[in-house]
Design a protein around this ligand. Structure first.
Ligand SMILES: [Fe+2]
Ligand SMILES: [Fe+2]
Length: 336
């Protein structure tokens, strides 16, 4: 993919430096200042896109950007400023989470039950117009075209039952050996059916900060061994909150006249995630906490961040649509 369009001074400087092959000290200072000054790092377009660019070097990289940047110590130092601001904002958003003596799967269930975020799936099922659906898929494409990849970074940090459970889930996410069944590929097919460009990273320039905040949270957890508990809690929450909403999303597309060939991405998740939910919460998180009880708080933190990032995206989309606007960058308002 090509480097995205800059969204502010930091991404402007960062993209220039990555293309030129030298990181200027001024860019590093700018990152530090941007991170320190951001009033809401999670909705800051410049900060979130800069962090997403840094992380993308670990995924597929960018055309014309040297692959050696991935482990460049100065760039990692720059990224750390952004990560600190991002992590502090996550902590502030989810607040203090009480860890109890209950099995961790029950604590996860209780955390999810207490979530009172807006239900985007209900809106998309009953009300979402075709144009709103296209906006929703554009936002979600930042994640789903690399679906499962951020969590997969955590696999080598695990062992025993925990690892086996995670690999069992991830194997399904990657299509169980059939490339056309990979969830990222099912999502791409759905995008094409809605006349969207399904190329990897093709719609980054349209996506709002909330899309990057969500994936950056997963990348942060997946790429740092220190956050392995959060990575697993995040994945468990994704699996535990997927089955019923997927049924609603599928119904929303059928309401607009789409058939099973398009809704297969959601239909697959209705079935698979009803199973994944148990594997993720009981086998994967349960085994991790049995081995390393001190990680229980991180597991819950990761799950709470997943809920919070879904809430952030839902609030962004519904807020833009309610005020008659577009949820994407640089777009005219869409018809409801
Ligand atoms: Fe999936
Ligand atoms: Fe799943």
């Amino acid at each position: 993919m090509r480097l995205p369009e800059p969204r502010g001074p930091l991404t402007d400087a960062l993209c220039t430096d990555l293309s030129a092959g030298t990181l200027s000290p001024a860019t590093a200072e700018l990152a530090e200042r941007t991170a320190a000054a951001a009033t809401d790092p999670l909705t800051d377009d410049d900060l979130q896109l800069a962090l997403a660019i840094c992380y993308e070097l670990h995924y597929r990289g960018f055309d014309g950007v040297d692959e050696d940047w991935e482990w460049d110590p100065d760039l990692l130092r720059l990224r750390a400023h952004l990560e600190r601001a991002h992590t502090a904002a996550l902590r502030g958003l989810v607040g203090d989470l009480a860890v109890t003596d209950e099995p961790v799967d029950r604590q996860l269930t209780a955390l999810i039950a207490a979530d009172d975020g807006p239900s985007l799936s209900s809106y998309m099922s009953r009300t979402g117009s075709l144009e709103q659906w296209r906006e929703y898929l554009t936002l979600r494409s930042v994640y789903h075209l690399k679906e499962a990849d951020p969590h997969t970074f955590a696999v080598p940090r695990l062992s025993g039952r925990t690892k086996a459970a995670m690999v069992e889930i991830q194997a399904d996410e990657y299509g169980g050996g059939a490339p056309e069944r990979m969830h990222s590929e099912l999502f791409a097919g759905m995008m094409r059916d809605l006349d969207l460009d399904a190329g990897y990273g093709a719609l980054w320039d349209d996506a709002p900060a909330a899309a990057f905040a969500s994936v950056n949270t997963m990348s942060l957890f997946g790429l740092h061994r220190r956050w392995r508990g959060a990575a697993l809690g995040h994945l468990a929450c994704v699996e535990m909150t997927s089955s019923e909403p997927s049924r609603r999303y599928s119904a929303g597309l059928r309401r607009l006249g789409f058939r099973g060939a398009t809704t297969v991405f959601y239909d697959e998740h209705v079935e698979a995630d009803a199973v994944h939910e148990q594997i993720a919460s009981v086998d994967m998180c349960g085994s991790l906490v049995a081995e390393e009880p001190e990680l229980a708080a991180d597991v819950l933190f990761g799950a709470a961040c997943s809920l919070a990032m879904d809430g952030l995206a839902a609030a962004h989309l519904l807020g833009a649509w309610e005020s008659g606007g577009s949820a994407l960058r640089g777009r005219a308002p869409v018809a409801a």
